[in-house]
Design a protein around this ligand. Structure first.
Ligand SMILES: *Cc1c(COP(=O)(O)O)cnc(C)c1O
Length: 211
């Protein structure tokens, strides 16, 4: 595994920006290699795949697992039990369910709310205007720690279009007084940094191509 991109990006980004190593499609051995270099945050998008790696890596206590995939309602309990961060909460109903289950499980996951800033039909998320009107209600939910917003840009945008969408995400987070923005992937992390990302979700640029 060639970690030169990882170190290059790590050296280039401001100190308040975190790298989430997106290990979906990669094996626990590859996670161990990069964890050994001091990377402790790992993102997975499918519960079952993640859970198998979590079992193998259960003695690596420093690893913090982040769920970044589409959340199926019937998997919420397992996600709450096994992930410290959830980046992909895309509706108020799911957020309520996470809150209820976290209470029952005595957990308090860190939450990023996914926002839909473009009309890409393949991407879900909160409508930004609705999010603002629901904000009071959202803030009252127990056993969750609201950290920020998350967004996924459509593929094939120009650099400027990526930057503009990321700036919208940052502005919305700021208006809700949320510190974090989970935005930027292998193809658009530089624009995300410029717009004020605090969590880059990097897969292929670190681990190589997913088979
Ligand atoms: C796969 C994935 C990433 C990482 O994608 P790369 O292009 O490999 O960096 C980031 N965020 C989400 C939500 C993903 O599903």
């Amino acid at each position: 595994m060639d970690l030169s991109n990882y170190f290059k990006i790590k050296n280039e980004i401001p100190s308040n920006v975190n790298i989430l190593a997106v290990s979906k499609g990669f094996k626990s051995q590859e996670i161990k290699t990069i964890q050994n270099m001091g990377q402790n945050d790992f993102g997975e998008s499918k519960f079952q795949e993640a859970f198998e790696k979590q079992l193998i890596l259960k003695d690596f206590k420093q690893i913090k697992w982040h769920f970044i995939g589409r959340i199926q309602s019937n998997k919420i309990r397992k996600i709450v039990q096994n992930f410290k961060y959830i980046h992909s909460v895309d509706s108020f109903e799911k957020l309520q369910k996470i809150s209820m289950i976290s209470f029952e499980e005595k957990k308090n996951p860190s939450i990023m709310l996914q926002v839909k800033l473009s009309d890409d039909p393949t991407k879900g998320g909160f409508n930004p205007e609705l999010l603002v009107t629901q904000w009071r209600e959202i803030k009252q939910l127990k056993n969750i720690t609201l950290k920020g917003l998350m967004t996924i840009n459509p593929k094939e945008l120009s650099s400027k279009e990526n930057l503009n969408l990321f700036k919208k995400c940052r502005a919305l987070s700021d208006s809700l007084q949320l510190p974090d923005c989970s935005m930027g992937m292998s193809g658009d992390w530089e624009e995300a940094i410029e717009a004020g990302s605090t969590w880059l979700r990097l897969g292929s640029i670190i681990f190589g191509d997913r088979g």
